[in-house]
Design a protein around this ligand. Sequence first.
Ligand SMILES: *Cc1c(COP(=O)(O)O)cnc(C)c1O
Length: 395
Amino acid sequence: MQPLVARMWPYQASVFSEMSTLAAALGAVNLGQGFPDTDGPEPLKRIAMRAIEDGSGNQYPPRHGLPELLDAACAHQRAWYGLDYEPSTEAVIGTGASELLAAAVLALVEPGDEVIVLEPWFDIYPAAVALAGARAVPVPLTRSGDRFGLDVPAIRSAITPRTRALLLNTPHNPTATVFTEAELTELATEVIDQDILVISDEVYEHLVYPPAVHLPIARLPGMRERTVTIGSGGKSFSFTGWKVGWAAGPADLIAAVRVVRQHLSYVSSGPFQPAIAAGLRFPRSYFTEFATDLHRRRELLAGGLRDLGMHVYDTEGTYFVLTDSQALGWDSGAEFVNHLAHEAGVVAIPVAPFSTGRFDSLVRWTFCKRDHVLATALDQLRRADLANHGVNRRQ
Ligand SMILES: *Cc1c(COP(=O)(O)O)cnc(C)c1O
């Protein structure tokens, strides 16, 4: 028998590292894992380096986060969304959004409770729910045209007396949907009616492409008091290795998250906390230029994939473009990705591991790479035979 606790058996693999390893082994272009291949803003690097040099960042920071970062995170929520949080009681800093998500689930969900997750999901959600000894209840997004949408009637049917929380993610990874005010309002009515908490993963809040607009669900009437909103310095400032995240919410929920989180990593990222604090106070121009630059790269990749005969879904936000492999005769996105890796030297991520079998033909591609990397990938795809000629080909 393996020593791993049984509730974690389903979560041993990470398709992201598997695909990055495959890309490295084959010397393939990696459009799988979503990390930028250029650094974030120089001034933030200098702040982190100075904090190491002058010693201010080298010992334990305060357990709930550096006061200047808590202040900056709350100022950011106020400036961007008109949401008011008190830094000393209504915010907390963590080792990336990941730790805060896990801490929120562990702090707010009892063993045996149910947590609704949107399907396809981000891989750490069901794992965090399993860690808490709770049960993840997947509710699939609906496909209408080239967009994935929130299915509130299906969420309503999935709610039981054991449902404690809903893990929301907008902008959504991997579908790249930014949920609309109408969708979130319908959802808010439901969770308020049923007295359910919302843990809202908004790490892609600044990676949104007009006309889409990001709306934190905490903004809606009756939602602030039941929502923990989570953001990420890795995603907003292109420093995914720094692992600085923040959460904001009402004092009772944040007090709970703080208790659990302090017993996980206690503190982390000493030199990076003041740097991210400075980033959160950047003028709006930084964020709009960041989104404009990513939008251009989205067009490059989405246009290129479309020209290759792929069915490309809308990207309203995030780093990702989603395609459906059935257009090229593949029912299995995983087989298609394997074919691409070997035949074209390009690696992407199959969506199958993030679902219960409903989205097997989907593949996720990232465009947060330099232009010449995207161009090389498209060039190699153009030269390869992408269609499925195998026995499983659809007739
Ligand atoms: C990257 C990502 C995270 C993790 O953020 P970190 O700050 O790197 O921990 C959480 N949720 C989603 C949807 C992500 O894509």
